[in-house]
Design a binder for this molecule. Structure first.
Ligand code: ADP
Ligand code: MG
Length: 351
């Protein structure tokens, strides 16, 4: 149903005008779009030999984001990245975006355009175009639902269920940065505390970690590379935290795993943050979600080809463990060689 409302900010949002403006500013057509924004539904072409990949994410103000620590553009960027990363984790190529939005009375059309600017900034490098959505008024907070459509060559999709005993466990990039960035954003500003430990962290490290939280990178090229070369037997993106996402692979594949904590790829900034707060950076890496790196398994026979090819592509990968039989469970080995069962310490909304 159409809506018009006068926002607290005294601007009037008219649904159809807003949609027209979104179409004008953000609706770009790629060759596979037959009909984008402007009809009852979008129409896209499909190709023989390809599977369709679909993912959707619902974000609610106060639950998933906080407007005191992120701009509308940051929220849009992160929302799009979460979906791009889901397609990447399937080994797919993202193509089309649909966005459903509920706007509170405090919202203005400027907020909406900033949100879309952020989303499209994340999508542009991947040539993903906006093809539709839905718009509503909300009684109190912002709701944002992002749906992404992509493709993967038939039979090359990367599932959580393909890990085999003896496979090696790999991760892209560095992990723990996003949680460190979130914690920095949630702290009082550095000057507010007299004995601030913020001074122990350089501005460069601080900015890097906050950037990793607000503007994460979806590893789309890496996911495509893993699936097209059939390097990976299984894969997942790290959205809940390494310990939880590893568990998803183990449950999906009916296997156990041994994680080498000394091998976890930690950025210098994450290490510096942990040192300044007297924390163990490994805990940040295990529990921190939203790094959007890929966690995947590789047969040991593929190791030389994988690592050579990664070097050539300039992809950053680290081997962090090995797949074991189910009865082994999920264990972690400390840098000193001591083993313990890995607690599931990932973030969950329902505790
Ligand atoms: P309907 O009543 O058929 O759902 P709408 O008026 O909601 O039609 O939508 C008209 C067109 O605008 C459709 O193509 C729809 O996909 C698109 N659209 C609506 N809201 C948004 C939005 N927030 N972002 C992008 N496209 C939108
Ligand atoms: Mg509609």
């Amino acid at each position: 149903m159409a809506f018009t409302f006068r926002t607290k900010a005294r601007s009037t949002i008219h649904e159809f005008e807003l949609i027209r403006a979104l179409h004008r500013r953000h609706g770009r057509h790629t060759p596979s779009v037959i009909q984008g924004i402007g009809d009852d539904a979008a129409v896209i072409t499909s190709q023989a030999g390809q599977w369709t990949v679909l993912t959707t994410d619902l974000l609610i103000e106060g639950v998933h984001f906080d407007l005191r620590t992120a701009t509308m553009a940051d929220i849009g960027f992160r929302a799009a990245t979460a979906n791009l990363s889901d397609v990447a984790a399937m080994g797919g190529t993202p193509q089309h975006l649909l966005v459903a939005l509920a706007i509170p009375r405090t919202g203005t059309s400027r907020h909406v355009h900033q949100l879309y600017r952020g989303m499209m900034a994340a999508c542009r490098p991947h040539h993903v175009g906006l093809i539709g959505g839905d718009t509503s008024a909300s009684s109190d907070v912002w709701f944002l639902s992002v749906t992404l459509i992509g493709v993967v060559p038939s039979r090359k999709a990367l599932f959580r269920s393909g890990a085999r005993i003896g496979d090696l466990l790999y991760v892209t990039g560095t992990i723990g940065d996003s949680l460190a960035g979130l914690r920095l954003l949630s702290e009082p500003p550095p000057h507010a505390k007299r004995h601030s430990h913020a001074s122990a962290l350089s501005t460069r490290h601080r900015q890097f970690l906050i950037g990793r939280h607000l503007r994460p990178t979806a590893r789309v090229a890496e996911g495509q590379w893993l699936s097209t070369h059939r390097f990976a037997t299984s894969g997942i993106d790290i959205s809940d935290g390494l310990s939880g996402d590893l568990r998803h692979i183990c449950e999906g594949s009916h296997v156990g795993a041994d994680l080498h904590l000394g091998a976890l790829p930690l950025s210098p900034a994450c290490r510096a943050y942990a040192a300044s707060r007297k924390l163990d950076p490994v805990d940040l890496a295990l529990t921190g979600g939203e790094d959007y790196e890929l966690l995947f398994t590789v047969s040991p026979r593929q190791r030389p080809r994988l690592e050579q090819s990664a070097l050539k592509q300039e992809f950053s990968l680290t081997c962090i463990g090995k797949i074991h039989p189910l009865r082994f469970g999920v264990q972690a080995m400390s840098p000193h060689g001591r083993r313990h069962r890995l607690a599931n310490t990932s973030y969950t909304h329902f505790t």
